[in-house]
Design a protein around this ligand. Structure first.
Ligand SMILES: Nc1ncnc2c1ncn2[C@@H]1O[C@H](COP(=O)(O)OP(=O)(O)O)[C@@H](O)[C@H]1O
Ligand SMILES: [Mg+2]
Length: 363
C-alpha cells in the first residue's frame, strides 16, 4: 500500500510536470494546488529551488491555510523546517522543473494511514501479547472465583439448613411450655438439634479454606447422614423409608464436610422426587475391583426424563419452583475436583429406580 501510494504521488507530480513543461500549456499553479495538493491526506511541503518552504499542506491547519510561508515567526519557521526534515526522510523530494530549470521541490511524507500501516505489525504483536496476558489473568481469575463459588453455593445451602434445627428447637420449647412432662424427651431431641446446628456452623468455619482430605470410614459417615434423615423423615407429609446397604470398604481419603454435603444433597433431591406414599431411598456401598468404591443413592421417585438428563448437572438448572439448581453441579465439582472421583446419573426409571452413582478411587 505504501509503495502504491508513493507511486501514485510521483505519477501525479509527473503529470503536472509534463503539463507545465508543455509550452502549449499555461502554467496553472492553481491546478497544482487544487488537484495534487488539496486532495492529499499526506503531509506536503513545497519549497523553492533553494529549499525554502513556500506552501504546505497537512502540516498544521494555521500554516496550511497560508498561501505564502515567507513571513513566518521564528517558532513557526522552525516548526516548518522540522517537519521538512522529518518528511524528507520518508520520501525523496520530487523536483518540479520547467524547461530545464528547477522551480522547486515537492516534499511529501506518508499519510497517517500509512504510518498506521507501518506500525501495524507491532500493534498486532502487542495486541496478541495483551490478549494472552488478559486471557491468562482472566483464566486464573475464573478458576479462583469458581473455587469461591463452590463455597458460596455451600454457604447458601448451609444457611438454608440452619432453618430446620432452629424451627425444631423453638417447637420443642413451645411444647415444654405447654407440658412440663415432655421435658426429658424434649431435652434429648434438642440435644440432637444443637449437634446439628454446631455441625452446620462448623461448615461455615471451613468456608474458603483449601479442602483437606482425611482417611475416613465411609460406611460410618453414611450411617451418620442416614440416621439424621431417618429421624427427620417421619415429619414429612409423605411416607419415605431410607435404607442402607453397606458392604465392607477400605478407608478412603475424604473431606468429611464436603462429602457429607454431597450425600445430603443427593438424598434431599431423592426426597423431593418422591411424591407417592411408598417412597424408598437406598444408599449402598460396594468395593469394585479392589480399586474403587461405589456409592449409589437410589430412589423410586418420579425420575428424570431422558431429555433433561444432560441438564441436571448444569449450575442453575432446576425443575423446582424454589430450587437453586446448584446442588448437583456443586456436588459433581466436589467429587471430581476435590476427590478425583466421578458423579453421574446411572439410570432413571420413573417410580421404579433412579440412581446417582459416586465412584471414588482408593488411594
Ligand atoms: N433423584 C432425583 N429424581 C428426580 N429428579 C432429580 C433427582 N435429582 C435431581 N433431579 C433433577 O435435577 C434438578 C437439579 O438438581 P439440583 O442441582 O440438586 O438443584 P435443585 O435441587 O435446587 O433443583 C432438579 O431440579 C431435578 O429436576
Ligand atoms: Mg438439589
Amino acid at each position: 500500500v505504501q509503495k502504491q501510494a508513493t507511486e501514485y504521488i510521483s505519477f501525479r507530480v509527473r503529470v503536472f510536470e509534463s503539463n507545465i513543461n508543455n509550452p502549449n500549456t499555461v502554467i496553472d499553479l492553481n491546478f497544482f494546488l487544487n488537484e495534487v495538493i488539496q486532495g492529499a491526506d499526506y503531509p506536503i511541503i513545497y519549497t523553492d529551488s533553494n529549499g525554502k518552504p513556500i506552501s504546505c499542506r497537512n502540516i498544521r491547519p494555521d500554516l496550511d491555510s497560508l498561501t505564502n510561508l515567507a513571513n513566518l515567526s521564528n517558532s513557526d519557521s522552525l516548526y516548518i523546517y522540522g517537519q521538512l526534515q522529518k518528511i524528507s526522510q520518508d520520501n525523496l523530494p520530487i523536483s518540479i522543473t520547467y524547461q530545464g530549470f528547477v522551480l522547486g521541490y515537492y516534499y511529501y511524507g506518508y499519510s497517517p494511514v500509512i504510518y498506521k500501516l507501518r506500525i501495524f505489525p507491532y500493534l498486532a504483536i502487542s495486541a496478541g501479547l495483551l490478549f494472552l496476558i488478559i486471557g491468562y489473568i482472566g483464566f486464573s481469575y475464573i478458576k479462583r472465583s469458581e473455587e469461591r463459588y463452590i463455597w458460596i453455593g455451600m454457604a447458601k445451602e448451609t444457611a438454608h439448613q440452619l432453618g430446620t434445627p432452629l424451627t425444631a428447637l423453638s417447637g420443642w420449647i413451645e411444647l415444654i411450655k405447654l407440658d412440663r412432662d415432655k421435658l426429658p424427651i424434649a431435652l434429648m431431641e434438642m440435644e440432637n438439634d444443637i449437634k446439628r446446628l454446631s455441625k452446620v456452623a462448623n461448615r461455615f468455619s471451613k468456608i474458603g479454606s483449601v479442602p483437606e482430605l482425611k482417611s475416613t470410614d465411609l460406611n460410618a459417615l453414611i450411617l451418620n447422614v442416614a440416621e439424621y434423615f431417618q429421624r427427620r423423615l417421619p415429619n414429612l407429609h409423605k411416607k419415605i423409608d431410607l435404607l442402607t446397604e453397606l458392604h465392607e470398604v477400605p478407608a478412603i481419603a475424604l473431606n468429611i464436610y464436603l462429602f457429607e454435603w454431597v450425600l445430603e444433597n443427593l438424598i434431599k433431591n431423592s426426597i423431593d422426587a418422591i411424591e407417592q406414599d411408598n417412597g424408598l431411598i437406598v444408599i449402598s456401598t460396594y468395593l469394585y475391583n479392589e480399586q474403587k468404591v461405589i456409592i449409589d443413592i437410589s430412589d423410586n421417585g418420579k425420575g428424570i426424563p431422558a431429555n433433561l438428563k444432560n441438564n441436571i448437572f448444569k449450575p442453575g438448572f432446576s425443575t423446582k419452583t424454589r430450587g437453586w439448581g446448584l446442588g448437583l453441579s456443586l456436588a459433581r465439582r466436589i467429587i471430581v475436583e476435590y476427590h478425583q472421583g466421578k458423579l453421574f446419573l446411572k439410570e432413571s426409571r420413573p417410580f421404579d429406580k433412579t440412581v446417582f452413582r459416586i465412584i471414588l478411587k482408593i488411594l
